[in-house]
Design a protein around this ligand. Sequence first.
Ligand SMILES: [Zn+2]
Length: 497
Amino acid sequence: MSAFRTVLKKTCSLFCASLAIIAAIAQQNPVEQIKSENPFSIAIAPLRFLASDELMGRATARPEIHIAARYIAEEYRSLGLKEFKEAPDYFQSFAITMNSHGKSGTISIQDKVYKNIDQFIQVEGQNLQSSAPLVYAGFGTREELEKLDIRGKIVISKMGYTDSSKWRESLKDMREKSKSIQDKGGLALIELFRPMGIDWGRIVQYFQNDRPKIDEGLSLPVFLLNENPANLPQNQTMNGQIEINEGQVKKIPAENVVGWVEGTDPKLKDQFIVLSAHYDHLGVAKQPKLEEGKLDSIYNGARDNAVGVTAVIAAARYFSAHPAKRSILFIAYTGEEIGEIGSRYFSLHPVIALNHLVYNLNIDNANYNDTSIVTVIGLGRTSTDDHIKKASAAFRLTATPDPAPEQNLFDRSDNVNLADKGIPSPTFSLGIKTFDDEINKRYHQLSDEVGNFDLNYALRYIYAFILSAKYIADDPLQPLWISGDKYEAAWKELFKK
Ligand SMILES: [Zn+2]
């Protein structure tokens, strides 16, 4: 063997050894792992399927939604995700009630008769015939109700809890009131409408449409009456009669799709990071419409929110191969577009106790107008900002906060139901620099399709989502709300801090 050959051999073995070391480092680098587990065509396939015309816009009440659910479940199965026993086959199944309220009927108070729709509207309950004493309860606060005997009676109260209540808040107050009244044996609640940021015509419209909901143990009939309290004989015994006809109740089957990957750290694995996205969308338009020269009727919802579910599946693919320290729960919600129904159901019937769910990174989308950023609704509100910023930067993306806090987007998507319970729950969205015409061009439009979606950007967005989740799931510190956030008190209560 010549000297030259020996040198060559030595150089080569040195070179090969360094290559092997580089390869080994790359294998442990989560950025490289995320990319190699999710090459473009595999990562994007669920987006193409879920947003296809064949799924007819995935409306919660359409049969094709169950094809989408089955597809997501079989993706989970093929990736080896674990099942919860409360969600066999990955399906958390439940019923949604579609309640279209009575179109005719009357409410009589003493000798005054009010007509359905014209002067009152049914908010809760079905067809009914009832005659009973009425009792006036002011605002119907807990203290006011406490002082009254309401068993077997119809309660009348002003809308909201105070003179300054806003109408959306007052709907929440209404739920609380009706629960108290039901618990005390009352028969029905009639709230006196006040124009608190909405007029009578719009409130009628709001309640006249089908009202999808889940069974929350509330069965008290509730009405809004367009009448001034001064016109009613207060604090006297009054008699009332309620008659409602032509209402219809329909029940439809629904399912959230849930699976999980166990964490590797013996202590942290009892804590779960929830990765969620809704898989339903708007279905099919009543009339075909011409959009950008194309006659169309299917709401494909590629951005809203097939890409979100695609990211959750890609995350499942990554974490099943490379588990994090904490456990990860993957959930695709149904019924978001009809009022965040799936996430509400999950928050009331979590497949594992809520105090095991330490964080939720949700995905929901309208459209994007800047492919150099991701928009995180809730950035600046939890302790996880640095992880999300670092993860986004690894894929040449800048994480930016909510561009329009006045629109209160944080409280208008699925994340709000877990946030309400105290769980820090930002929503990870495609880049929105400002809410402008460019966003509205696709938001809830027929043209929200794969064909006009920058898929290379979609892929980097998906990768950044997975890496954010990885950093948060490995951090020994439990995520929390920044001090003073409106959900901080609920967090303290849930986690006994
Ligand atoms: Zn939507």
